[in-house]
Each structure stands twice: as C-alpha cells, then as structure tokens.
Design a protein around this ligand. Structure first.
Ligand code: DC
Length: 223
C-alpha cells in the first residue's frame, strides 16, 4: 500500500487540497482531524471537560465511533450511529478538538484506527502528526502551510459558506491560539517532519496549490 502524509496548521487548505489530490491519485482520503472532532463532540455531549483527562479518558472505553464514505465519496463520521459530519464542523468544536487531542490516551486510542486504514488502502491522510508519528514511513510527506492571515480569510469564507456567523478578528485569534496549542503540546506536536516537503500556499490560489501538491507527490510515487 502507498501513503501520502499531509500535515500543517489549521486553515492551510489541507482538507480541500488533500481531497482533490486523493481523487486525482485514486487514493482514499482520510481527514484525521474529523476523528478528533468526533471525540470532542462526544466529550461535549457527555458534559465532560475536554481538557480534563479524568473526564475524557473513560469515554473512550465504550466509544462508538465509525468512519465511512458516502455515495458522493465524502468521508462521513458517525457517533453512536448518528451521522455527525456537520455537527463536528461547528466553530466551537475546533478548539475543543485541539484540547482533547492533547490527551495522550486519546492519541493512542486513535493511532491504531488511523494505521489500520493505511494498511488496508492507498491513503492520502491529512492531520498534524501523520508524517511524524502515524505514518513515519509514508512514501511522500508534505507540510502545508500559509500565513495566519491568509488562513483566517479562507476559514472565514468556509464558515460563511456553511451559513455560520463569524468575524475575521475572532477567526484569526482562534487560528493563532489553536496553532500554539497544537505546536506546543508534549505529545505528537504539530511540526514538519525532517523528510517532508514544505508547501507554502500564502500566495497560491487553489488551482496553483493543487498543481504544486500533485507535482511533489508525483515526483516520489510512480502512478
Ligand atoms: O484539521 P482539523 O482542524 O479538523 O483538526 C482539529 C484538531 O484536531 C486540531 O486542532 C488538532 C487535532 N488533530 C491532531 O491533533 N492530530 C491530527 N492528526 C489531526 C487533528
């Protein structure tokens, strides 16, 4: 099986680009952030404080979390049988996902889940620690980034498209705070793997970013 690992901070365009690149390659696209978001949603619904391992870890034991792909090829997340793919995209879940993801037991629990997918399929996986921890032997590693202001503008547009209220300053502040949290946690922090190729999309539009991403991948994988 072949694997492509794409890591980077929030709002760098990872999911949009990774989804399109996976389609072009015929690989399974795995959005690992969605899995952390689903755990965060479970914590919220259970009334658990997402920063408190003593409250979150017991929830993992009987966690009924499932991932599937819809007829449109879109990844969907199910929690206790309910399709929560939209619910996990709410703005407040982003910060909470970052918080639960800092809990070592949560990361350990999801590690096998992610590695199993990569054993069974050609995957293009995006997240924060795919190239460094989840798939250290990935065929291609890309670290996708952009200036915080560019990421905030894109995130704002995404939220607006989903009909969610937000303002630029709040989105920018939340992005910077989440980067800090993801970069500075002791376990599996967000960082560029030594053998990852850096792709900065600050000044690239979607088409140019996709072209650059596919060029990096095709240089390393024979398709
Ligand atoms: O990619 P995203 O914004 O949907 O991810 C939500 C949070 O989940 C992110 O702030 C940190 C965490 N996450 C992680 O720790 N490791 C991953 N591989 C993916 C996401």
């Amino acid at each position: 099986m072949r694997s492509v690992a794409i890591d980077g901070p929030a709002g760098a365009g990872k999911s949009t680009l990774a989804k399109q690149a996976a389609k072009a390659l015929g690989f399974l696209y795995v959005d690992t952030g969605a899995i952390y978001r689903t755990v965060a949603l479970k914590a919220v619904r259970a009334g658990a404080d997402p920063v408190d391992p003593a409250q979150v870890v017991p929830l993992l034991e009987n966690l009924d979390l499932r991932m599937d792909y819809g007829p449109d090829g879109e990844q969907r997340m199910f929690l206790e049988g309910e399709d929560v793919s939209s619910a996990i995209r709410e703005h407040k879940i982003s910060g909470l996902a970052s918080k639960v993801s800092a809990i070592p037991e949560v990361r350990a629990f999801l590690l096998d889940f992610q590695r199993k997918l990569a054993r069974e399929h050609d995957v293009l996986m995006d997240g924060r620690d795919i190239g460094t921890v989840v798939l250290p032997h990935a065929d291609v590693k890309v670290f996708l980034t952009a200036a915080p202001e560019a990421r905030a503008r894109r995130r704002l547009r995404d939220l607006e498209l989903r009909g969610q209220q937000a303002d630029y300053d709040t989105v920018l502040r939340d992005i910077i705070a989440r980067d800090e949290q993801d970069r500075n946690r002791p376990i599996a922090p967000l960082r560029q793997a030594e053998d990852a190729v850096l792709l900065d999309t600050t000044n690239l539009d979607l088409a140019a970013s996709l072209e650059a991403l596919l060029a990096i991948i095709k240089e390393k994988i024979d398709l």
